[in-house]
Design a protein around this ligand. Sequence first.
Ligand SMILES: [Zn+2]
Length: 267
Amino acid sequence: MSGTERKPMYVAIPGLDNGTTLKAIFTTRFGGVSKPPYDTLNLSLQRNDDRRNVIENYRLLSNETGIPTDNMVLTWQVHGDKISIVDKSHKGMGLVREHELGCTDGLITAEKNIALVTIHADCVPVYLYDPVKGVIALVHSGWRGTLLNIAAKSVNLMKDRYKCEARDIIAGIGPHIRKCCFAVQNDVYDLFLDKFREYSDLFETSGSSYRIDLGGVITRSLIAEGLEMRNIHDIERCTVCEKELFFSHRGSRGNTGAGAAVLMMAG
Ligand SMILES: [Zn+2]
């Protein structure tokens, strides 16, 4: 690789991002200013990285994407299932001004030019878009959030609040720790088996541990809500397998930064 070749700051989510009216991206480790172990494009303000570096990373991401930091709204993630509806009054929250949403792992908006932002280092980013009603949602669904069905709950909120029809909703599943790398012990496996016994084909024994297909569980939960399989797009990239490219909690033994999922209707 030549020294001048620049590594991408983000990847686009297939099936959603069209480069113009809908931006749906997931950031990489590249192009930021944070020092190890947060090198370099750490976008989490919930870690011990220098806050000034994280803010500079957002500015650099803004330059690259054309999305002003003032238009971003961040979650404050606790692996829960609270989803917050946001509008222009929330612009910049959690980044350029105080976070007043409380703990929230999901965001929904029906307004253009509001960039929803969730933070990830293995946990699944789920992007939802209803092009008919003009509504987007973005959730952080780690194994706890997946057990709490946060993606399906977001679809429900889109239906309740905005009269979205499930058949119109397009979903994207971004890079995350996939079945190849998500080995768990009995305790977590039992929780999944209790909650999703009908999806047990997505769980697999692997020596003394078990492997769980989080993206698969989420996909099934979206189909159960009425989404059509052809409208669910999985980028099929594993953050642990590609830990040089993406931040990975497990791939870095817990000592690292985190990337961001960003979803915005532009107009
Ligand atoms: Zn993997």
